[in-house]
Ligand binder design. Structure first.
Ligand code: SAM
Length: 410
């Protein structure tokens, strides 16, 4: 474990770097650790060798977050909490044009390494090891010269002359296993930064209570593909809209679409499963308006459409069968469709997915997606495929709580 500044300095010294360079470009097996350890321990202290092995493993893991992970330095906790580079880049673009920045709660510098490319940046953390790592990581990305590090509690730092602040507070468990996750420093303190600095961005957990967002601030929910990553609060000086859903890596962004309330109507031939960023941002109706889709239930986020809509904000499924949730009938329908394997997506209905799959005891040549949900508050099932797949014959969509005709939608 890279657990002290001394170990980090030893790893960054010429012999330490030479040792890291000698480690192969794959995860080390137990045998390799023993063999290399025995060789190297003659040249370097055992704890430095152990730290090198840990850093090697962390660098391998960090490839999921950083393009240049193989050159960077991490602690295990610092890597876990670090922003992934694509998300950090997306956020940093909002600070373009600022003459000076502060990155509060810098950690190992996942955000610093891209913020420093925008403007001279003051990096503050109270953890000396993380702060040193952040400086090293920023210099790997070419931003080292513009970075000033400050070892301090962010609450004690003067922000005079700083034009924009990004803060990524540490998350810690609140009231036990089910209690809310609190941040350190708390969200209220982070929001107060806007009284001191014209432009503020705050990274928050994706489960953030949207009611805590003050008026005139923007809340942006960001997903990487379909994985919801975080919420970001933008102060009035950076806000462009009240709510936004962003889907990376392309950075597609959905804003509110004004219009009449979206009607609830019986499901049609296509089902749209909105991206979690859209759902979290409360933009499902807005997406429906943008795509000409409609709702199938008041509380469930699935939408329905007449055509195979291509949208970065929703996954489209072709509905092969639509029927009440009744395991025997579903089993019979799947047999007719020659479906032998299902991906089950459950939304708004209880039940153990694996148990359901077992009970269906499927036989058949094709694969389908089984959506368990509610339609007009009734437990419901859709058997679906990807729109491109046509090998399963949709031999007539079964009637729903009313199989809808074209006139059903307002
Ligand atoms: C979530 S991490 C930051 C991750 C960073 N943005 C990244 O991408 O690598 C939070 C950091 O906040 C620091 N921290 C928490 N409370 C602090 C405080 N009051 N003052 C200074 N640093 C603090 C912790 O030491 C930790 O390194």
């Amino acid at each position: 474990m890279v657990s002290s500044l001394e170990q980090l300095d030893a790893l960054m010294s010429p012999p330490g770097r030479a040792l890291l360079d000698r480690l192969p470009d794959h995860d080390l097996s137990g045998t390799e650790v023993l063999r290399l350890g025995a060789e190297i321990r003659r040249e370097l202290p055992a704890e430095v060798v152990a730290a090198a092995f840990t850093l090697h493993a962390l660098r391998r893991r960090a490839r999921a977050k950083f393009a240049r992970a193989g050159e960077m330095v991490f602690t295990r906790a610092g890597l876990e909490q670090a922003s992934a580079e694509p998300v950090a880049r997306h956020r940093a673009a909002r600070f373009r044009g600022a003459g000076s920045l502060a990155d509060l709660c810098t950690g190992i510098g996942g955000d610093l390494l891209v913020l420093a490319a925008e403007a001279p940046t003051l990096a503050v953390d109270r953890d000396p090891l993380h702060l040193r790592m952040a400086a090293i990581n920023a210099s790997i990305y070419g931003g080292g010269a513009g970075v000033t590090t400050l070892l301090a509690d962010v609450r004690d730092v003067s922000l005079a002359g700083i034009e924009a602040v990004f803060v990524d507070p540490a998350r810690r468990d609140g009231g036990g296993r089910t209690g809310p996750r609190r941040s350190e420093p708390p969200l209220e303190w982070c929001l107060g930064l806007a009284e001191r600095v014209p432009r503020v961005g705050i990274k928050a957990a994706p489960g953030l209570d949207v009611a805590a967002v003050p008026p005139a601030w923007e809340i942006e929910f960001i997903a990487d593909e379909r994985e919801l990553k975080e919420g970001v609060l933008w102060s009035p000086g950076l806000a462009r809209t009240p709510r936004r859903a962003t889907v990376l890596p392309e950075g597609h962004t959905l804003l509110p679409v004004p219009g009449a309330p979206v009607p609830i109507a019986p499901p049609g031939p296509f089902l749209l499963d909105p991206n979690p960023a859209v759902t979290r941002a409360g933009l499902v109706e807005d997406l429906a308006r943008a795509l000409g889709a409609w709702k199938i239930d008041d509380r469930i986020a699935f939408l329905s459409a007449d055509g195979p809509t291509a949208s970065p904000f929703a996954r489209t499924l072709r509905v092969l069968a639509s029927l009440p949730w009744h395991p025997k009938r579903i089993q019979a329908r799947l047999r007719e469709l020659d479906v032998g394997a299902v991906d089950i997506r459950r939304r708004g209905l209880p039940g153990d997915v694996e148990e359901i799959r077992r009970r269906l005891s499927l036989r058949g040549a094709h694969r389908a997606t089984l959506v368990m949900t509610r339609v007009e508050d009734r437990p419901w099932c859709f058997v679906c495929t990807d729109p491109e797949e046509s090998h399963v014959n949709p031999s007539g969509i079964e009637g729903g709580p009313g199989a809808r005709g074209d006139g059903d939608r307002a």
